[in-house]
Design a protein around this ligand. Structure first.
Ligand code: HEM
Ligand SMILES: O=C(O)CCC(=O)C(=O)O
Ligand SMILES: [Fe+2]
Length: 692
C-alpha cells in the first residue's frame, strides 16, 4: 500500500503539468482568436474602407466611437422655444462628423464598422436595384431584437424574406384593412371617453402621449391577433411589459462581449418571450380549429390554406414571430406620429382649423368610412410633414452580405450601413431653406414634398423592404386624428357659445316687445365678445354639516352668461323673496344668467341673477362659465324703449365697470358682491343720449 504512493504523486504532478500546458495553449489560442476577431479584423476592414476612400472619426479599441457618441448634449436642447431643427440636438455626433467628413463616412460601434449615409444619390447607387439583394440586416442588432421580432419579416433575409413577404403582403391590402376600421374606431372612442372621465374627475393634466401610444398598441393587437379572448389580452399585456423592459436596457452595441454585461435582463426578456410565444401558439391552434376571423392573423392563416400542398406555408412558429413583429413594428411608430401631430397642430392653429373643417366637411358627423378617409387630403399632407420632421423611424440599417462594388467604390462584405433618415429629412440642400419649418402644403404638389431627390424622403424605408404597414398606419392615423379633432375642444365650445349667445339675446329682446331683437342686435350687440372660465372646485376632505362655500354670492358682469355644471351640482340662484333655489344639473342642460351689463342696458327690466355655489360632496366639481360681454370701449346706455319712467343707470364705459368689479371687495357667502347698482345707479341727474 505504502510502496505505491510515490508513483501516484508523480502521476498526478505529470497530469497537472500537461493540463496546465493544455489550458495555457487554449488560452493563447483564445486570446489570438479574440485579438484577430476583435482587433485585427477591424483593422483590416478599416484599411480596406480607407482604400475605397471612406474617411471618418478615429476609432479606439474596443469602443470604436461610442465614447464620443455617449457624451451629453450641451444646453441648447433646453431652450424654451420650439423649433423643428432637431438633427443636431438628437444626433450631435453625426452633425459634427458631417461637418468634417461630409454625408458619407465610416464610424465604429465597438469593433463594428458603420457606413453613415445621408446622401440620397449614394444610397440609390449602392442599395437600389439588383444591388439591393446584397444587403441584409446588421448581425449586431439581431440578438437584441430577437425577443421582439424573432424571425419575423423585419429580420429575415434572402429567399426567406421573399417567401414571407409574398404571403404577408395580401393581408395588408386595402380591402382587408377596411374591415379593421371598426376596431380602430372602438379603441379610439374608448380613449377619448377615458380622457373625458379624467377631466371630469378633476385631473389637472392628462398624459396624452401615453394614451395615444396605449391606444395604438391596443389597435395593433386587435388588428393582429385579437384581444377579446383571454389569451389575447394576456399576450397584449405581456408584450407591453416586454416593450418597457427592452426600452430600459442599454447595451454597448458592437463592443466585444458587451452583451454579457446585462445577463439578467437578457434572461428575463428571453423568459417573457417564451411565455408570449406559448400563448400565441395557443391562439393560433384555436384559430386553426375555428377559422374565419378577419384580423391579420386570420388573413395569414387563410392565405396559408390557399397554398397548394407542395408550396411552402408559414409555420406556427413563423406566425408567432409575425404577430410580434406587427406589434413591435407598428404601434409605437404610429403612436408617435399622432402625438407629434397633436403638438404641431397646437403650435399651428391654422392647420388645426383646416383639418377640423376638412373632417367636418368630409364626414358630416357620420361614422367614418374608408371612402371618407381617402378624401382627407390635407390630413394626408400633415401626416407626411410630421413623418418628415419627426420621423418615428429615424434611421434604417443594413449590412453587406457580400462586397458591394459601384464604379471604383467597394463596400466590403460585413460593413454595416446606417442611413440617417432624420439627417436627410432636415437637409436644406434637399428641401430648401424652409427644411426645418412645418409646411404641410409642400406635399400638395408632389408626393415627395418637393425634395430634390426621390431617395431623400424615406419615412417608411425604401425598395422592396418598404414598410408593409404603411397603409394600416395611414388609416389608423386618420381615424384617431379625426376623432380627436371632432371631439369638442374648448375653442369649438367657445364658438358654439358665441352663436348661442346671439340667438338668446335676440329672443330676449323680442320678448321685451316690438321686435327689439332685430332692431338692436346689429347696432348694440354685434361687437360683443365672449370668454370662457373653467371653474374647478376641490373636493371636501370630509362631509361637513351645513353649507360649505364653493363660490360666494355674486352677480356676473356679463350681458349674459351660459353655464355648464357637471353632475356634482350645487349651483343656487336667489329668488325675489330671498330664498335660495337649487338649479338642477341634468346632463345636457345649460343655465343662462342675465348679467350686470344687460341689467344696465335694459334699464333694470332684465335682472342680473344673484347666484352662488355650495359644496356638499367629497368629489371635485367642474363648471364652464361662458361670459358674453359688450366690447370694453362701449358706453352702456339704455335705449328709449327701455325707459318707462326714469333712467335707473347713468351711462358708463364698459371698461370702467370691469375695473370696478375687479378691485372692489370680495363678496361673502351670505352677502352679494358689489353690483351694477353700486356703480352706476343715478342720483337723479338727467343725461343726454350720447351719455353727456
Ligand atoms: C408611422 C408608422 C410606421 C413607420 C414610420 C414605419 C417605418 C418602417 C420602416 C422605415 C421600415 C423599413 C425598415 C428597414 O428597411 O430596415 C419598416 C418596415 C416594416 N414595417 Fe413599418 N412603420 C410604421 C408602421 C408599421 C405598421 C403599422 C406595421 C404593421 C402592422 C409595420 C410593419 C413593418 C414590417 C413588417 C416591416 C418589414 C418589411 C420588410 O422588411 O419587408 N410598420 N417600417
Ligand atoms: O361654478 C358654477 O356653477 C358657477 C360659476 C359662476 O357663477 C361664475 O363663474 O361666475
Ligand atoms: Fe357667476
Amino acid at each position: 500500500m505504502f510502496t505505491n504512493k510515490p508513483q501516484t504523486v508523480l502521476l498526478s504532478i505529470r497530469m497537472a503539468l500537461s493540463l496546465a500546458i493544455a489550458s495555457s495553449l487554449l488560452l493563447i489560442l483564445l486570446a489570438t482568436a479574440i485579438v484577430s476577431i476583435f482587433w485585427l479584423w477591424p483593422s483590416f476592414a478599416r484599411a480596406r474602407l480607407r482604400r475605397s476612400g471612406f474617411d471618418g472619426p478615429r476609432p479606439s479599441f474596443p469602443w470604436g466611437n461610442l465614447m464620443e457618441m455617449s457624451k451629453k448634449v450641451d444646453g441648447h436642447c433646453l431652450s424654451n422655444t420650439i423649433g423643428h431643427s432637431i438633427h443636431s440636438t438628437v444626433f450631435p455626433y453625426f452633425a459634427s462628423w458631417r461637418k468634417s467628413f461630409g454625408k458619407v463616412f465610416i464610424y465604429w460601434l465597438g469593433t463594428e464598422p458603420f457606413l453613415y449615409v445621408a446622401d440620397p444619390e449614394f444610397l440609390k447607387k449602392v442599395a437600389i436595384g439588383p444591388l439591393g439583394k446584397k444587403w441584409g440586416k446588421p448581425n449586431v442588432f439581431k440578438h437584441d431584437r430577437k425577443p421582439m421580432f424573432g424571425k419575423g419579416l423585419i429580420m429575415v433575409e434572402g429567399d426567406s424574406w421573399t417567401h414571407h413577404r409574398h404571403i404577408i403582403a395580401p393581408a395588408f391590402s386595402m380591402t382587408n384593412l377596411n374591415v379593421m376600421i371598426g376596431m380602430m374606431l372602438e379603441s379610439t372612442t374608448n380613449m377619448l371617453d377615458d380622457w373625458s372621465r379624467q377631466v371630469a374627475s378633476g385631473r389637472p393634466e392628462i398624459d396624452v402621449e401615453e394614451g395615444i401610444i396605449r391606444n395604438a398598441a391596443e389597435i395593433i393587437a386587435k388588428t393582429s391577433f385579437g384581444i377579446n379572448q383571454e389569451n389575447g389580452k394576456l399576450v397584449f399585456e405581456k408584450l407591453q411589459t416586454m416593450q418597457k423592459m427592452l426600452f430600459k436596457t442599454h447595451r454597448l452595441v458592437g463592443v466585444p462581449l458587451g452583451r454579457m454585461l446585462s445577463p439578467r435582463q437578457s434572461y428575463e426578456a428571453w423568459k417573457l418571450g417564451r411565455e408570449i410565444d406559448d400563448l400565441l401558439i395557443a391562439i393560433i391552434n384555436s384559430r386553426r380549429e375555428n377559422p374565419g376571423k378577419q384580423d391579420l392573423l386570420g388573413l395569414l392563416l387563410a392565405g396559408n390554406e390557399e397554398k397548394a400542398e407542395n408550396e411552402r406555408r408559414l409555420t406556427s412558429r413563423d406566425l408567432v414571430d409575425e404577430c410580434k413583429t406587427f406589434f413591435f413594428g407598428g404601434h409605437e411608430t404610429t403612436g408617435l406620429a399622432v402625438t407629434w401631430t397633436l403638438l404641431l397642430l397646437a403650435l399651428h392653429p391654422e392647420w388645426q382649423t383646416a383639418l377640423r373643417t376638412e373632417v367636418a366637411e368630409v364626414s358630416d358627423g357620420q361614422p367614418l368610412t374608408s371612402d371618407m378617409l381617402s378624401k382627407l387630403t390635407k390630413m394626408g399632407w400633415v401626416l407626411q410633414e410630421v413623418l418628415r420632421l419627426y420621423s418615428p423611424a429615424p434611421n434604417v440599417q443594413r449590412q453587406a452580405r457580400e462586397d458591394v462594388v459601384v464604379d471604383d467604390v467597394v463596400v466590403p462584405k460585413g460593413t454595416n450601413m446606417w442611413i440617417d433618415v432624420v439627417g436627410m429629412h432636415h437637409d436644406r440642400e434637399l428641401w430648401g431653406d424652409d427644411a426645418d419649418e412645418f409646411r404641410p402644403e409642400r406635399f400638395k404638389e408632389s408626393l415627395t414634398g418637393g425634395c430634390k431627390h426621390r431617395m431623400g424622403f424615406l419615412p417608411f424605408g425604401f425598395g422592396g423592404r418598404i414598410c408593409i404597414g404603411r397603409n394600416l398606419t395611414t388609416m389608423e392615423y386618420k381615424i384617431v386624428l379625426s376623432l380627436v379633432l371632432r371631439s369638442e375642444t374648448l375653442q369649438a365650445y367657445g364658438s358654439r357659445m358665441m352663436e348661442l349667445s346671439k340667438r338668446i339675446i335676440e329672443l330676449l329682446l323680442d320678448c321685451l316687445g316690438g321686435n327689439l331683437g332685430s332692431k338692436y342686435y346689429e347696432s348694440e350687440f354685434s361687437n360683443c365678445h365672449g370668454y370662457l372660465r373653467i371653474n374647478s372646485y376641490a373636493p371636501l376632505e370630509e362631509m361637513e354639516a351645513g353649507e360649505v362655500e364653493g363660490l360666494g354670492m355674486h352677480t356676473d358682469m356679463s350681458c349674459i352668461t351660459i353655464l355648464y355644471q357637471d353632475e356634482v351640482g350645487g349651483l343656487q340662484v336667489r329668488a325675489k323673496n330671498g330664498e335660495w333655489k337649487e338649479i338642477g344639473c341634468d346632463d345636457g342642460v345649460l343655465v343662462v344668467n342675465v348679467g350686470d351689463l344687460l341689467q344696465a342696458w335694459s334699464n333694470g327690466k332684465l335682472r342680473s341673477s344673484q347666484h352662488r355655489v355650495v359644496l356638499r360632496k367629497t368629489r371635485s366639481r367642474l363648471s364652464l362659465a361662458f361670459f358674453w360681454c359688450f366690447e370694453d370701449e362701449k358706453v352702456v346706455w339704455a335705449p328709449e324703449e327701455m325707459v318707462e319712467k326714469e333712467r335707473v343707470y347713468k351711462p358708463f364705459l364698459c371698461a370702467d365697470y370691469l375695473k370696478f368689479k375687479v378691485i372692489s371687495e370680495k363678496g361673502r357667502f351670505d352677502k352679494v358682491k358689489y353690483t351694477i347698482d353700486d356703480f352706476a345707479m343715478t342720483d337723479g341727474t338727467t343725461y343726454n343720449l350720447d351719455g353727456k
